[in-house]
Design a binder for this molecule. Sequence first.
Ligand SMILES: [Fe+2]
Length: 219
Amino acid sequence: MYNIKPKTFDFKSVNGISAKQLDEHYKLYVGYVNTLNKIWNIPYIPENYTDSNSTYSNMRSLKLGETYSLDGVKLHQLYFQNMTGGNNTPSGPLLNAIIDQFSSYDRFISYLTNVGLSMRGWAILAIDSIDNKFHIIGSDLHDTGAVWLSYPLLVMDVYEHAYFMDFGTDKRKYISTFINNINWGVLNNRFANYVSSLQINNMNANMKRYSPYPFEFHY
Ligand SMILES: [Fe+2]
């Protein structure tokens, strides 16, 4: 029996986005959690899927709903976590690595902002396992544009539901408000987790033989 529980977040720490906007957004997240539990608790009964095909079928509906709600849950948890709790001064090893790759913090923020303005769903700073470098991934839907084996460090929701109540069409103002609420403690913890996983992998010589990805960390 699947019974994933919604996580809770300290929305009182958020500046510039109203409690009403955040509460309505949180309700959407809870809805994804409930839908995911519902989908994962459907037993597989072969007789219910005798019509499976890729235009319309029970299995197709189930699988599309599964990835949409699962990614919706994960991305909202990462988003709410990295915009709550304070620690809003850019700092730490992640900031240094960002400056190293993007030339400056301002260039990174400019790139992130333009990705956010250009997409309808998400803008995500990730480290991709294929080169262990930062990439800002743009996505229009929870499960569209998702990249496998890419590790998210900073997740920004740019769906209209994330800002329209407070900012109307002024998406740029929402993005700058979100950026001011980024919790750099959370980001640096995620970065440290990724680096430590690389170090563990580096120690395991056998794993190198089986992995298609480089384990050397370049920062
Ligand atoms: Fe959202």
